[in-house]
Design a protein around this ligand. Structure first.
Ligand code: ADP
Length: 209
């Protein structure tokens, strides 16, 4: 995913990186990790299609360690996302609107190239189960081979969210299941709109039919 250069597609909303990020970078000193104004910055890349409380929990715990976290939404149309980048940006920004320590942006292409435009010192990723490990291990190794100074930090999922993934949230929501408490309210509403869910009436199944 991230180490691969993406096919040419529509221009991202922030062609190189957003004004917000550029401002942050201007504030920063030239060498990574030596920034006095920004402090320690971690970059949390992912699809966030859509953002869940599992992602949010990782961000909130990372803020105990880092001064800023950049939530970086990957533009990858090959993954056939349910939500457009604009929709995903809107949902993530809405959730963190009162958290200035979180910067929300999108990027296209190699993650290492994007990281180089910021003053992040580490890539942040979450780990749910052993099944995540192999993929994450390969990604982290590839990113490190592309940029030998770049490390990936993994945060173990919380017990409350170990079963939460964007994919299962979409599957459950598509079938009309309740995802309240697992994703922010705005995401619940957007999922309902996306799947055009009708208001369902309870139907009793008669076993003697
Ligand atoms: P990707 O498409 O890159 O896998 P995701 O948006 O699915 O992106 O996830 C981004 C990161 O967040 C990944 O490292 C993933 O393992 C992690 N993550 C997703 N859900 C959870 C969760 N419930 N608990 C902890 N980490 C999670």
């Amino acid at each position: 995913m991230f180490p691969l250069r993406l096919k040419e597609g529509p221009e991202p909303i922030f062609p190189a990186c957003s004004g917000e990020i550029r401002r942050s970078v201007r504030m920063a000193k030239s060498k990574k990790g030596e920034d006095k104004d920004m402090g320690k910055v971690a970059i949390y890349p992912g699809s966030f299609d859509p953002i869940t409380y599992g992602h949010i929990d990782v961000v909130e715990r990372a803020l105990e360690i880092f001064d800023k976290v950049i939530v970086a939404i990957a533009v990858n149309e090959e993954k056939r996302p349910l939500f457009s980048v604009e929709e995903r940006l809107h949902m993530v920004k809405a959730f963190f609107k009162d958290t200035p320590k979180v910067i929300v942006d999108s990027f296209k292409g190699l993650l290492v190239d994007y990281v180089a435009k910021t003053n992040a010192i580490v890539i942040l990723r979450g780990l749910r189960a052993t099944s995540d490990f192999e993929y994450e291990f390969h990604m982290a190794s590839m990113n490190r081979s592309l940029d030998t100074h770049l490390d990936t930090l993994f945060m173990m999922t919380s017990k409350d969210y170990f079963f939460v993934s964007s994919r299962t949230i979409k599957e459950v929501a598509r079938l009309g299941g309740a995802v309240e408490g697992l994703v922010p309210d705005l995401v619940v509403r957007r999922l309902r709109e996306k799947f055009k869910l009708p208001v369902t009436k309870k139907k009793h199944i008669r076993w003697d039919d």
